[in-house]
Design a protein around this ligand. Structure first.
Ligand code: HEM
Length: 411
């Protein structure tokens, strides 16, 4: 490992901030490994995505499994997207609305006046329950609790994560008992309720119905992981940013007071949606999209990159370019009300053939959680300095120390 890689591993955000102004938007971390945030290069990479390889990160492969759809390529990957994509977008999202509303309702009841709670833990527990119900049809404490404990063991401490990554060959797998429980729950759900995500994965007419237990396990873990950590961080950051900006809070509250919409329609709640978009810009839960590996030579601005070069699209750096986002470190949802962002400059959900399958579901959850919280509780941050951007695993998540206090109930 060279000096640059060491700095990136030990102090990733400080390292990224120090390079944000590099005009070319490219940085060779070591020979054959390129961080990319130049918008023209990003456009080329996402356009060529089908011809690139997506091998996944060394540390996450043991966690999610070597056959996770996150690093499959070719027809098998396309089949996964055909099966999982439709229920997670468009009108079919209405099927998840009740699940999100019920789970959020139950979580808010526990927030009584005077209580202080860690916002990131609270949103994480909630979004894991939601994802578990969408996947299996039931939240199941026997499954959700050990899953959350395992995630915390793997990602809860940056120091521990570095030890796993560099000394133990990757993040830890869950206990065998939990893996077996996940698989059994999925097969049971598919027998009883074909409309769950597990039911769709295992439907007899699905192009991937031949899944063996090992490959099924990898997809269940991947969906639970990708579907809750990211959404939880976004919701927690959104609550934090709203708390820090009184004018934004007032504007969102006024918008909510003028409609009965629970957050389902972004069109009815443009200011709340702008808050979600700006949260995803300034504190993107996934700071770098998945690694891409060149299969053919690539020439960009007269520089030639050989096959085998690993490209790392940096969402964090692209979102902090001052020429694209004036005063980039300022939280300003207004930018999303006056301008349409292009997908090479703003890509919190990645792009190309790997564009996040849950982008619409994730934003829906965040809107509904934030809308319900603001409507029903008056909150204040107890220690805003703990809201300093930081990483949990590879993801950006507020510190477990960031606490909110319930000042009063509004319902
Ligand atoms: C605000 C919430 C979320 C954010 C910011 C987010 C972000 C991302 C990003 C950056 C990628 C990588 C894309 C790339 O490499 O180009 C990704 C992939 C993925 N996400 Fe999300 N995600 C979110 C919510 C969800 C949810 C709710 C699900 C639920 C199913 C989900 C499922 C996936 C899957 C399956 C992939 C892999 C897609 C593929 O490789 O074909 N995500 N997400």
């Amino acid at each position: 490992m060279n000096r640059t890689e060491l700095q990136l591993a030990l102090r990733p955000l400080r390292f990224l901030d120090a390079h944000a102004d590099l005009p070319e938007g490219l940085l060779e971390v070591r020979p054959g490994r390129l961080m990319v945030w130049n918008h023209e290069a990003i456009e080329e990479i996402f356009r060529a995505d089908q011809r690139l390889r997506h091998p996944g990160s060394r540390s996450f492969k043991p966690l999610l499994g070597s056959r996770s759809l996150l690093w499959q390529d070719g027809p098998r990957h396309a089949a996964y997207r055909r099966v999982l994509g439709p229920p997670l977008r468009g009108r079919r999202l209405a099927e998840s609305r009740e699940v999100i509303a019920e789970a959020t309702d139950a979580a808010i009841i526990g927030l009584t006046p005077g209580c202080e709670f860690a916002i990131a833990d609270w949103t994480r527990a909630l979004t894991l329950r939601i994802m578990s119900r969408i996947l299996f049809g039931g939240a199941g404490d026997d499954l959700v609790t050990p899953f959350a404990e395992w995630m915390d063991r793997a990602l809860g401490s940056r120091r521990r994560m570095l030890v796993y990554r560099y000394l133990r060959g990757g993040l830890p797998r869950p206990d065998r008992g939990l893996e077996e429980l996940l698989v059994a729950r999925a097969r049971e759900s598919a027998r009883e309720n074909g409309t769950t995500l597990a039911g769709r994965l295992l439907a007899t007419d699905s192009p991937i119905a031949d899944l063996d237990d090992g490959e099924l396990r990898d997809q269940l873990v991947s969906l639970l992981f990708a579907g809750h950590e990211t959404t939880a961080s976004t919701a927690a950051w959104a609550v934090f940013w709203i708390d820090r900006h009184a004018a934004v809070r007032d504007a969102v509250l006024a918008e909510l007071a003028a409609t009965a919409d629970d957050g389902f329609s972004a069109d009815n709640l443009p200011i709340l949606q702008a808050v979600v978009s700006e949260t995803l810009r300034l504190t993107p839960p996934v700071p770098a999209a998945g690694n891409r590996v060149l299969v053919e030579p690539w020439v960009f601005r007269e520089r030639r990159f050989d096959p085998g070069t690993v490209l790392m699209p940096s969402i964090y750096l692209a979102h902090r370019r001052a020429d694209h986002f004036p005063d980039p470190t300022r939280f300003d949802p207004h930018r999303f009300l006056v301008r349409r962002m292009t997908s090479q400059r703003y890509f919190p959900f990645g792009g190309g053939t790997r564009h996040c399958l849950g982008s619409q579901l994730g934003q829906l959850e965040v809107r509904m959680i934030v809308a319900a919280l603001l409507r029903r509780r008056e909150l204040r941050s107890m220690n805003p300095r703990a809201g300093e951007p930081q990483l949990r695993g590879h993801a950006m998540a507020p510190s477990a120390k960031l606490a909110m206090k319930v000042l009063s109930c509004r319902d």
